[in-house]
Design a protein. Structure first.
Length: 292
């Protein structure tokens, strides 16, 4: 009977998520940009001009791409430069999720900081391992906990029950989700990312960041996000909803396999960058409050 109730709850939640109200749909500008990208003669400059017509969006994008988790040595001053350096998939994702970040900044700064920290570590590991498109991997780290934002914004009563259950029973949020909702935040986040037509290279790490070995493809990216999520929680930066550090999947570590010296370099690098990130989140939050 319990399994039947859980399955019924799972179905009910999926039905409610089909009619999302609080979270953004794809902005009209993204649909326009998608069509423009199909033109073989399209340039980053022309795409940048379209985005820059929206001053608020441009300001948010440039703030994000100049943040420490992307780690560019020189300041990026135009959207067209950002497109060249980051690629359309990353810029599109930042546009689509910009409202999500506002929800996080307003209601859950701890989760916002956790997500930024995960993005920072993901980028650093991808660069160390010479993986193609490290900025895209950083973006996957940035949105890996999208499902938690959805639950908080769209299912507030369920969210409060999850928090209470996790605290009372001394379990993780993920365990509470499985018990009470029958569906966990990775699946919810991946579902929404698909609704936004984000590429599989971003959707799949969202879905499998807790169990990367089960991913149908992009196992290396999933492994990086998996490890980065664990490391940032272990370092105590931000707050992902509970005090637990998830277990490390052995197969994921085998794909990353950082040596002793590489790990020391990574931790030394993070010490400075996380300090920069604290300044970034502080400034971003202050500016968001002023705009409101």
């Amino acid at each position: 009977m319990t399994d039947e109730l859980t399955e019924a709850k799972r179905h009910q939640i999926k039905e409610r998520l089909k009619n999302i109200q609080s979270l953004p749909t794809i902005p009209p500008i993204v649909a326009k940009l998608n069509k423009m990208v199909e033109d073989e003669d399209m340039t980053a400059t022309r795409l940048g001009v379209v985005i820059e017509r929206d001053q608020v969006l441009t300001s948010k994008l440039l703030k994000m791409v100049n943040s420490s988790f992307f780690g560019f040595p020189q300041r990026i001053s135009t959207v067209s430069n950002a497109l060249v350096l980051l690629g359309f998939n990353v810029i599109k994702t930042l546009i689509v999720t910009s409202s999500i970040f506002e929800v996080m900044q307003a209601s859950d700064v701890g989760l916002w900081e956790h997500s930024l920290g995960c993005a920072l570590i993901s980028s650093s590991i991808a660069r160390k391992k010479g993986i193609k498109n490290p900025e895209e991997i950083s973006t996957a780290g940035l949105i890996h906990d999208l499902g938690k934002v959805v639950v908080r914004a769209e299912l507030p009563e369920d969210f409060q029950q999850l928090i209470q259950y996790a605290e009372k029973n001394n379990v993780s949020i993920s365990e509470a989700e499985q018990k009470l909702l029958g569906i966990m935040h990775p699946e919810i986040g991946a579902w929404l990312a698909k609704q936004w037509n984000l590429p599989p290279r971003l959707v799949i790490p969202i879905r499998f960041h807790h169990n990367p070995e089960q991913a149908p493809e992009f196992k290396d990216v999933c492994a990086i996000i998996h490890f980065s999520n664990i490391l940032i929680r272990g370092l105590g930066f931000g707050y992902a909803g509970d005090p637990w550090v998830p277990p490390l999947e052995h197969s994921a570590w085998e794909k990353i396999k950082l040596g002793k010296n590489e790990m020391k370099e990574l931790l030394d690098e993070l010490e400075l960058k996380l300090l920069e990130l604290i300044d970034f989140t502080s400034d971003f939050t202050k500016n968001s409050k002023k705009e409101a």
